[in-house]
Write a protein that binds this ligand. Structure first.
Ligand code: FES
Length: 567
């Protein structure tokens, strides 16, 4: 397409055009990669920001995806230059990938800002790589488009479909209850993760890919295409073409990720029963954009948005099925009256234009908005004397009979203690107890690990108990399910009331009324917190020290204070 902008206004122009030595040197050094002299004739330079890594198995195919992006960029008249960033592999990194989301976002932002790039294609997939790239691109604010790696193919075992994460956890409880043996468990290992791509339920990776599409940062329909489907490579090529046009239009993330787009993303998160992690990531993203999105906005929007995507862990199907049913555009079409239809997307059009021709192909998987799976959205926000700044629960993945519950706390001060004692036959616990874990938040974990789906004690599993109320300041994997109260804020390590809970105290959960309360005297809570011994910092140097000093609490998105737009 013809360029609408004078190439002299491109960022890269300042690097390559001029008569000083450095201009010659930059051209010469780039020509050393085999580019011809006409590389510098006014074409936009498109960075391909690749989180490929063999240590991030979900993103291990992104080099092939990058090749498809390059085809599109060349065809549209741009120059593609691929560059790596750090990558965050959910399965491997310790103490938790969440500790490094902000670091990756800084790498993405600075790599874009420091280089002769006019536009950027963001390649990501595994849980934290997607928000990290969105946050970095928001802060850099040059034209950007996202291509996620897509979900892996559905697993299958004993004739039943297996969704990575969700079904693995479900079957592991059967192992702990003694109902599945070693040989069967080895079979599960061999068939639960069938191809390249990210987890194939509506866990954090699928949710964040959906958020990128709902925000308008991905071409329509891109989130759910399976990783190994040819149509993902076609999407990548189309995105390569489109970013060149976006540079010409000077269409930046700040013009796409507006307050309206963020509200659209929150509503879509509720409609798909998305991961509770999306709450933290969208709050952080809003902070980067200078948009005043608050935790209670999620609850307001959740109460008005029906849950309609029948995908695990809140529903029955897998991401592959969801794609064949029409994917995210079908969900967005169904709730379009609730969305800001005039929001602009990377397509250059409005959301309403993008959704104009969408047809819903399978009503088992995408329900009607007036006949939803749940009248409210997936996530509820709770407040109370145990969570003055808020907590979250995935109500659609919880047990209905536990949504109003009062029980005696069984408290673990640290995760290591929980691991050591949870299966102790002498642990005094029954199905009415409330499991409590402290010191698992952003500073306490440290890093805000996904420990919030506390294991049910083996003796209860053997007795047939399938769920109990669990309360912590941790996060939970988006693939998990159960009555888990998460993200208690302020966290116990920051002096939050969770620090005051003792075994035997009564805790009352009331999700319909959005309450989580410790039923002891308010003065007793205060006295116990004041008497608690200070915890020594877990890191005294390096990135860990920076993290502990700068990370904000869960209800603020856990970004570093100095990375917010208003810092
Ligand atoms: Fe990477 Fe689930 S482990 S998406």
């Amino acid at each position: 397409m013809p360029l609408m902008r004078d190439p002299k206004t491109f960022r890269s122009h300042a690097w390559f055009h001029g008569d000083q030595y450095e201009h010659l040197a930059r051209r010469a050094w780039l020509r050393s990669e085999g580019f011809g002299q006409d590389t510098f004739d006014g074409r936009p330079v498109i960075g391909i920001c690749n989180s490929w890594s063999e240590l991030t198995n979900c993103n291990a195919h992104l080099r092939q995806v990058a090749e498809a992006v390059k085809r599109g960029v060349w065809a549209a008249g741009g120059i593609p230059l691929e560059f790596p960033t750090i990558s965050l592999g959910e399965m491997f990194m310790k103490p938790t990938t969440m500790m490094f989301r902000n670091l990756m976002s800084m790498d993405v932002e600075e790599s874009i800002a420091a280089n002769p790039i006019d536009g950027v294609v963001l390649l990501c997939g595994c849980d934290k790589t997607t928000p990290a790239q969105l946050m970095g691109a928001a802060s850099a604010d040059i034209p950007a488009i996202m291509v996620t790696g897509g979900p892996m193919l559905s697993g299958r075992w004993n004739g039943e479909p297996l969704g990575s994460g969700t079904d693995g956890r479900r079957l592991f409880e059967q192992v702990r209850a003694g109902r599945i043996g070693e040989e069967q468990w080895a079979e599960v290992e061999g068939c639960i993760s069938r191809s390249a791509g990210h987890c194939t339920v509506m866990g954090t990776a699928s949710t964040m890919a959906s958020m990128a599409e709902a925000l308008g940062m991905m071409l329509p329909g891109g989130a759910a295409i399976p990783a190994v489907d040819a149509r993902r490579y076609q999407l990548a090529e189309a995105s390569g073409r489109r970013i060149v046009a976006m540079v010409s239009e000077d269409l930046k993330p700040s013009a796409i990720m507006t307050r309206e787009a963020l509200e659209n993303a929150v509503r879509v998160d509720m409609a798909i029963g998305g991961s509770t992690n999306a709450v933290v990531h969208l709050l952080a993203l809003a902070g980067r954009l200078g948009i005043d999105l608050k935790l209670n906005d999620f609850d307001r929007l959740s109460r008005e948005t029906p849950f309609i995507a029948n995908v695990k862990p809140s529903g029955e199907f897998l991401m592959e099925d969801f794609y064949y049913a029409g994917g995210l555009p079908c969900v967005m079409k169904e709730i379009l009256p609730l969305l800001h239809a005039a929001a602009r997307t990377v397509s250059g059009k409005t959301l309403a234009d993008d959704l104009a021709g969408v047809e819903i192909r399978n009503r088992d998987i995408v329900k009607r908005a007036d006949r939803p799976l749940n009248a409210e959205g997936g996530t509820a926000v709770l407040y109370g004397n145990l969570a003055p700044d808020g907590a979250v629960i995935k109500q659609t993945a919880a047990s209905p009979h536990l949504l109003r519950h009062r029980g005696k706390a069984v408290v673990f001060e640290r995760y290591e203690e929980l691991r050591a004692r949870i299966d102790d036959p002498d642990l005094a616990i029954d199905e009415n107890s409330v499991l409590v874990l402290k010191n698992a938040g952003p500073r306490g974990g440290p890093g805000f690990p996904e420990w919030g789906h506390l294991p049910i004690p083996a003796k209860l599993l053997k007795a047939g108990v399938q769920d109990i109320v669990r309360v912590s300041d941790a996060r939970m994997s988006g693939t998990s399910f159960g009555t888990d109260v998460l993200h208690i804020s302020p966290e116990s390590a920051a002096g939050g009331p969770l620090a005051a809970v003792r075994t035997g105290d009564e805790i009352e959960l009331n999700v319909p009324e959005r309450r989580i309360d410790l039923r002891i005297e308010e003065n007793a809570i205060k006295r116990r917190i004041e008497a608690a011994p200070p915890q020594p910092p877990r890191y005294r140097r390096g990135y860990g020290k920076l993290f502990l000093e700068q990370v904000t609490q869960a209800h603020e998105g856990c970004d570093f204070r100095f990375l917010r737009k208003d810092a």
